[in-house]
Ligand binder design. Structure first.
Ligand SMILES: [Zn+2]
Length: 318
């Protein structure tokens, strides 16, 4: 199968990872003066698409210097091990808190199996391969590296996950945001532009840290954000404002149900209602129904993440 690509300027290609279905998760190929880097990798099932993209662009596998998952959630980093096996000169660049999980993915596999279930896990992510420690480089906060003469700066951005960093790319004045800038599927676009919402996937949602991370990203005045879910968005300030409001609303929805029985189902219902209200500000009732259905999977993950967050708050207060 051919990879599905979106070509942007400044040597940036968006590659569909084909997770679940087209348009759900992306990763990026960055090319500068014959040197290449992948930012996020998708899952093990994505690797053939990444290699095929290199082939289509006449980029030898030896020219890939870096593989850079924004964090170690498996839709971003699940394919990293398998990909590294095919790229003899590549170094894996990763957040210090994520590095141990790339060298020994057993806990990652266990955690994801808990979130997704055994069957779904195998279907979505396939096999997770360990990466030789010698090939792993940790990126500290505000460290940078060069791809030819192009500078990439790493910013630690907790909120979605503690092991998350974003990458500021001076050349495109863009930020590769992973999940820190929420999700904005193309499917949700309309004449008002992009529609954004948070990804509170288990298990490290932290609303205050997330707000601080967003502020940090905006300090760079990026012209574009490159999201994993999905593709490039501009209108960064409007979207940041909406995302920030949503993060606050999500947290307060979860807190409202904190002491109720059957709270997970209640959080799910309230999140759904909140999303439908946001959608209905700009879409027809038919569209709202269709998109609520389309976002069912994300609503479930977001609910699960909020439930885990409440459990963490309870442990802290005990
Ligand atoms: Zn994630």
């Amino acid at each position: 199968m051919e990879p599905v690509l979106r070509e942007y300027d400044a040597g940036i290609t968006c590659i569909d990872t084909m997770l679940l279905q087209p348009g759900r998760a992306a990763c990026y190929l960055l090319v500068q003066d014959g040197c290449a880097a992948f930012i996020d990798t998708g899952t093990s099932h994505t690797v053939p698409f990444l290699l095929k993209t290199l082939e289509l662009k006449d980029i030898p596998r030896q020219a890939v210097e870096y593989v850079i998952p924004t964090h170690v959630h498996l839709d971003h980093a699940g394919g990293a091990g398998k990909l590294m096996e095919q790229l003899p000169n590549a170094t894996l660049v990763i957040h210090p808190r994520g590095a141990p999980h790339m060298v020994d993915p057993s806990r990652l596999v266990m955690g994801a199996t808990e979130v997704y279930g055994e069957h779904r896990f195998r279907e979505h992510f396939g096999e997770i391969r360990a990466i030789d420690e010698q090939r792993v480089m940790v990126a500290e906060d505000q460290s940078s590296l060069s791809l030819a003469d192009r500078t990439l700066v790493f910013l630690h951005t907790p909120g979605h996950a503690y092991h998350h960093f974003c990458i500021h790319d001076e050349t495109s004045n863009g930020i590769f945001a992973g999940d820190t800038f929420g999700l904005s599927y193309t499917e949700l676009d309309d004449e008002n532009g992009a529609f954004i919402m948070p990804t509170t996937t288990p298990v490290q949602f932290d609303p205050q840290a997330w707000q601080d991370s967003l502020t940090r990203l905006l300090d760079y005045h990026p012209g574009n954000m490159y999201l994993t879910h999905f593709g490039r968005v501009s209108e960064v300030n409007r979207l940041a404002q909406e995302l920030s409001q949503d993060i606050e609303s999500y947290a307060s929805i979860a807190r409202q149900h904190m002491h109720k029985s059957g709270r997970k189902a209640k959080i799910h219902a309230s999140l759904t209602e909140y999303l439908r209200k946001r959608l209905s500000e700009r879409k027809t009732p038919e569209e709202v129904d269709r998109l609520t259905e389309f976002l069912q999977y994300d609503l479930q993950l977001n609910t699960a993440g909020l439930e885990v967050w409440l459990q963490r708050l309870e442990r802290r207060s005990n």
